[in-house]
Design a protein around this ligand. Structure first.
Ligand SMILES: Cc1cc2nc3c(=O)[nH]c(=O)nc-3n(C[C@H](O)[C@H](O)[C@H](O)COP(=O)(O)OP(=O)(O)OC[C@H]3O[C@@H](n4cnc5c(N)ncnc54)[C@H](O)[C@@H]3O)c2cc1C
Length: 404
């Protein structure tokens, strides 16, 4: 077959084993009480770590499972079916902390940081956003001033997923204000037990409540120069490269959330009778199920296709090859496109599931009300969909058309 969509045997095996583990060990422990709490779920994170779910992308020589971006997509899709908070915890740890250390780290940094992160003994986080720099990420102000063989970090980071529990953080800070984001920002690997690092508050969010979101203060935090990640002045590229992969796998999470909502609606529609028939026999309900499953299928094809590109892109970076500008831009655009498509699809599918379930769709205990609170968040984090649209639209207009 010239164009086929099926997982490689190792990925198919991983998916099957993962589903078995999640259905037996994790799903039964998730209920309304779980959803409502804001405590970081160590009781679930520990068995997940023991299954190797915190180092799926990284090669075995650094302690990972070596399943790459496709394996990671499968992980977030399956995890999000169970709970989107859990998929966000693993996403912030893997896609935007562990991945940039693997891609841009020195051999010493990889040997020191990757094995405990892969074992889930250390939790990772990514700190870019600041009070005045959300969508305008190039406007960060956290300063990293050189002092001998150290950098001294001062500033505030907000909305840091896993920020309150992380051991290792990838932090973007300004090393040369005169040069702007491209040239003046550097990435650092920071240990949270260093002096001058403090968690100042936690967000109280409507959804993905078990994925904690924290504000962090750096107050004279001394970072040794060997903890510069990548080259000095290239930290913005490090962050953007991590977000390219992050957006595509985030899309896989949205697909998992949407699939769960669809399956709950199907179960309900087959069981609930009105006018003497299961509501699943009514054409309007069937049309909704048809649209929901069609939209999931489209997003799923596009997302895993994009993950193939991300895999190739990351392999080139990890091998120290020069990635062509055209390929970098292609991956970046595709991942932005699938993020828009999958996150908005998930919000719409969840809303349709809620319609099908009538009053139960809005009630706790049926799983879909929670999806309504969780799904919009994927439209915001890792860059809002409006910003993704702005960039894609500008590029397509400049290119004078859309070349596939
Ligand atoms: C649950 C959660 C977890 C997060 N985790 C992390 C994390 O781990 N690390 C991290 O660094 N950050 C994290 N973030 C931050 C996230 O990336 C930002 O919230 C996001 O980039 C948007 O920034 P903002 O919230 O400040 O919104 P703003 O930038 O203030 O935007 C507000 C609105 O204005 C729109 N807007 C802004 N500028 C334009 C424009 N030029 N054109 C059109 N529309 C525009 C936006 O699209 C949005 O709708 C997280 C956020 C959330 C909600």
């Amino acid at each position: 077959m010239a164009f086929e969509f099926s997982f490689a045997p190792e990925h198919e095996m991983f998916r099957r084993t993962l589903r078995g583990f999640l259905d037996e060990e994790i799903r039964p422990r998730i209920d309304d009480e779980f959803y409502d709490s804001e405590a970081f779920p160590w009781d679930l994170v520990t068995p997940m770590a023991e299954q190797g779910l915190f180092g799926v992308t990284v090669p075995p020589e650094y302690g990972g499972a070596g399943l790459g971006e496709i394996g990671y997509g499968i992980l977030l899709e399956e995890l999000a079916k169970v709970d989107t908070g859990l998929s966000t915890i693993v996403g912030a740890h893997t896609g935007i902390c562990l991945a940039p250390i693997y891609l841009f780290g020195t051999e010493e940094q990889k040997e020191r940081y990757l094995p405990p992160l892969c074992r889930g003994e250390d939790i990772g986080a990514f700190a870019l956003t600041e009070p005045q720099a959300g969508s305008d990420a190039a406007n960060i102000k956290t300063r990293a001033e050189r002092d001998g063989d150290e950098y001294v970090l001062d500033g505030t980071k907000i909305y840091v997923s896993n920020g309150d529990v992380a051991d290792t953080l990838m932090v973007s800070a300004v090393t040369d204000p005169a040069l702007g984001a491209r040239g003046g920002v550097t990435a650092f690997i920071v240990d949270s037990d260093w002096d001058g690092f403090e968690v100042s508050s936690k967000e109280d969010k409507m959804g993905i409540r078990r994925s904690t979101t924290a504000q962090i203060e750096f107050d004279g935090c001394r970072v040794p120069e060997e903890n510069v990640l990548g080259n000095v002045g290239e930290g913005f590229i490090v962050a953007l490269t991590a977000l390219d992969g992050g957006r595509a796998t985030l899309a896989a999470g949205s697909i998992g959330g949407a699939t769960e909502a669809l399956n709950r609606a199907v179960d309900y529609a087959n069981a609930r009778e009105q006018f003497g028939d299961p509501i699943a026999h009514h054409q309007d309900v069937q049309f909704k199920l048809a649209e929901m499953s069609t939209d999931i299928t489209q997003a799923r094809y596009a997302t895993y296709h994009c993950l193939e590109y991300v895999e190739e892109y990351y392999e080139q970076i990890a091998a120290g090859e020069d990635v062509s500008k055209a390929f970098r831009e292609k991956v970046s655009r595709r991942s932005a496109q699938v993020k828009i498509a999958a996150s908005e699809m998930a919000a719409e599918v969840t809303e349709k599931a809620c319609d099908i379930m009538g009053a139960r769709g809005l009630a706790e205990g049926y799983g879909v009300e929670k999806g309504l609170r969780d799904s919009p968040i994927a439209e915001i984090y890792e860059g809002t969909n409006e910003i993704q649209r702005m960039i894609i639209g500008r590029e397509v207009a400049q290119e004078g058309g859309y070349a596939w």
